[in-house]
Design a protein around this ligand. Sequence first.
Ligand code: RIB
Length: 306
Amino acid sequence: MDIAVIGSNMVDLISYIDDLPKEGETLEAPDFKIGCGGKGANQAVAAAKMGSKVMMVTKVGDDLFADHTIQNLERYGIDTEFTSKVSGTSSGVAPIFVDRDSKNRILIIKGANQHLLPADVDRTADKLNKASLIVLQLEIPLQTIYRAIDFGCEHNIPVILNPAPASKDLNFDYVCKSEFFIPNESELEILTGMPVATEEQIKQAASTLINKGLKNVIVTMGSRGAMWITKEKNETVESQKVTAVDTTGAGDAFIGCFAHFLVKDGDVLQAMKKAAAFAGLSVTKRGTQSSYPTVMELEAFLMSRK
Ligand code: RIB
């Protein structure tokens, strides 16, 4: 197995809106789309679509969404041996509002994702210890994240930690044991308390994380691309110009695709370039996982931009 994603799944309820209603107001919105989401599942699907063998450790509820979520993961060839149901609990859901500028606002109701516990990581040990990479986000309990990071250290498996949604409660003693820390700009701002309006500010904010002990920080910057900061260097990969219609899940697209190429080729900068293109393509379609390109679409896009 190439990649183990230990994380969330959600059902995305995406409303395409012109304006958010004011208190007491009812407004009509032009469109709606329901689909599979959740940062963990999105990253798993992105990596699987690129060809990685992926295992997903996650929990669904016992509602009408549960089987659909499991079937969706399996449709992409993802190993769901450790995807289980929690009785008496709803699946995670995410009401999402995408505005006319393609930007999104997301609410999450974690539901069953709250029940993914450290013991669930240990239960997977015989399979997890064969993974080449562990990928984590923050839509499950922090204690589970810490256990997964420790598991990675104990078995010499590198860990990617995507601190999304940002949590100020993150314990950097654990975080610093991860190989790659991949926030977006707003998560970086919340975690460091520093401004991130310019690339210079982003570099400075990320450098404070390097000074805390992190090895590799990659900041995803949307249409501006992504910046890789280490103690020794700082490299920026540009995004390709595209017409965005829905940016939901673009950060997850980047991380899943990056994880795939990191495991496959071990070249960080090349993996970032392909991930930026993959994420760029994803924003040209509506929906979350449903907007992720195929290998052929990604290759054709990369060729056309040479
Ligand atoms: O990053 C986008 C994702 O955040 C959505 O799919 C939503 O489910 C939330 O987890």
